[in-house]
Design a protein around this ligand. Structure first.
Ligand code: FPP
Length: 248
């Protein structure tokens, strides 16, 4: 019996791509009278646990909303702490990624990251490029509207330079201009801490994504909670606009 089956999961109906809005680090810290940054530190432990668990379960694509375009407006001290945590994570997790055959990918306005973080990110992506067990995508300085606008600008540039013609602008071709061009659309979106919002995450890609919201705060989210979310996903019928009868 595989690890997946041992947890009651149906290995034939695993979500191929799981995306997560990791929310609630600040509240986790506040409830313990700790500084918000302690919540982010604990949040990194949850990232480690969920990446390992996803690989064990057999998820092929995991995308984590680690820093939004809007997060730059947080207090300078918090932004700096998050960038430092990201930098440390990239250094500490490289061996683990290689060992577990995990390829690192990133989406967002990456050049806005501090230079040392940006360089470490590119270096880690390059070093894990040959890994095919799972693709871990970090959304950093990411905004869904900015991504769509960037795709439109890319199409206009291709038109102006005669790389494409008007009839090549269609629903099949559009996603190839998005930062997620190498990823399938997410099957399951998990949001922690009980908020029912998409928060500018993967707006184009989530047209048919199943949404799972849990009250659990991100620092308390781990393998058990991930399995609960996937079990819930496996209980749903995905119709993509069709009727139940058409799916049989
Ligand atoms: C939301 O909690 C969380 C974030 C804005 C940052 C997420 C970052 C991490 C989990 C750590 C760094 C990530 C990596 C990949 C190393 P919040 O601060 O908005 O919580 P609140 O809504 O309770 O205030």
């Amino acid at each position: 019996m595989t690890d997946t089956q041992a947890h009651g999961l149906d290995p034939r109906r695993l979500p191929r791509h799981v995306a997560i809005i990791m929310d609630g680090n600040g509240r986790w810290a506040k409830r313990r009278s700790l500084h918000r940054i302690s919540g982010h530190i604990k949040g990194v432990e949850a990232v480690r646990a969920v990446v390992t668990a996803s690989r064990e379960i057999g998820i092929q694509y995991l995308t984590l909303y680690a820093f939004s375009k809007e997060n730059w407006k947080r207090p300078e001290e918090e932004v700096k702490a998050l960038m430092d945590l990201l930098y440390d994570y990239l250094i500490k997790e490289l061996d683990e990624m290689l060992h577990n055959d995990i390829r690192l990918n990133a989406i967002g306005e990456l050049t806005n990251l501090p230079a040392r973080v940006y360089e470490k990110l590119l270096d880690t992506m390059e070093r894990t490029r040959h890994c095919h067990g799972m693709t871990l995508t970090l959304a950093l300085s990411y905004g869904g509207r900015a991504e769509i606008l960037h795709a439109v600008q890319s199409i206009i540039s291709d038109l102006e330079n005669k790389r494409i013609s008007h009839d090549q602008i269609n629903l099949d071709a559009f996603p190839s201009h998005l930062w997620t061009r190498e990823l399938p659309d997410p099957d399951l979106l998990i949001r922690t801490s009980g908020e029912y919002r998409i928060s500018n995450f993967l707006l184009w890609q989530m047209a048919y994504t199943e949404i799972y919201v849990t009250e659990t705060l991100w620092p308390d989210f781990g393998k058990k909670e991930l399995i609960e979310a996937i079990l819930d996903y496996q209980s749903r019928e995905r119709r993509f606009g069709l009727t139940s009868e058409q799916l049989i």
